[in-house]
Ligand binder design. Sequence first.
Ligand code: SF4
Length: 420
Amino acid sequence: MDNNYAVFKVNIYDEFACIESKCKQNCCRAGWDIIWSKNECEKIYKSKALKKSFHQMEKHFVKCNGTQKYMKLKNTIEDACPFLSEQNLCRIQLTTNYNYLSQTCKVYPRLLMEYKDYFEFSISSGCEKVVEMLLENREALGFTQSNNNLAEIRNSYGRSGKDFPSNIYKDRPILNYWIDIKYLVIEILSDRSYSIEERLFITGMAMELLRDIENEGNVEIIPQFVDMFLSENSCGKIKQQLNSIEINKENRVIHCLSYMTLIFYQEKSCKSILEKGQKNIGVDVGKVEEVNQVKNFTISTDYDKAAYATCEKLYLDFIADKEYFLENVLILNFTNMCMPFCDTSKDIFDNYYTFIICFCIFKFALTTNTDENFSIEELIRITVLSSRSMAHNSKIVPLLDEFRLQFKDINLDNMANLLL
Ligand code: SF4
């Protein structure tokens, strides 16, 4: 058999096993639209065992309008799957077996991305067990490589979660160098001689240069550029540039607060994080106006600076020996968000700026929620829910796009002011 395709697999992929009823952030309570294909629906409608238990299976589904998708499950008013038992177990699986589940239910939190001539197996940081694994894994997160044929890939996963139209590689030749770009980013993000924020900023410097390379039509030099950038980084040249940057931290808290409010206000599951964060830094929650209308969105610029400084100190103490965890989350989310091409109509730097805002929201949520009682369990909860609302949510990018322009231009100086 031909082993035609390179397959990259995140190195914690095979270790994953769902913790089922022990999971506190059960994904079956996430309020997601779980899509079922026609074949999957027909299979469960026909099952005698399911008919006996649920009488009318059909009433738990609603037709998907105007899409290729067939049916989606009707969640309960508590945003849970209608088939979830009180013990947090799947009643379809309990009544029949795993083969009766939809593909989405079978594979989550595993993800498969399909590119021009390679596949990527990853795993979502919106899953509690995955986040626990990221905390246990003190080594840099990496990818293993193998070569497989298409049948092997499909058998191990089913359909792919995300793919790109084949003409996109012609329209944007830089996409043919995506593996080189990912290699560069993972190398920078796992360089522990820098802080997390410095690594993100250095990646931003590389993204800006790559954007220029693309604009000049020189994408074939990307492999040499990657080698050159990494060698300049390792000999300290980039560190020198970093030290000469002037930072203006003014309004950083207001920007992060506004971004967090905009995103978490729309996500029921994140509201408790938002409210606790606002309360801890003395923000008047009542002053948050209509958030769904991005254009009219305003937020109080008053916050208690001393209270924020206390949260920040507690957060920095808490996270000091866990930077490897942030690194793991970032590497995973960079991959899962298809960065820096999540919106292929935008340039590489522009997309990366969105990624930075998502990181700033996550970090700000952690900072403002840290008090004397902050625990590992809270760290896991905030990471899972933040990832679900940003890295696992296709609506987030257009929303942030519309919003961020009201604040600041998208450039390296403003990225430095947000991060460093
Ligand atoms: S979030 Fe992860 S561990 Fe929890 S129920 Fe879902 S797949 Fe299992």
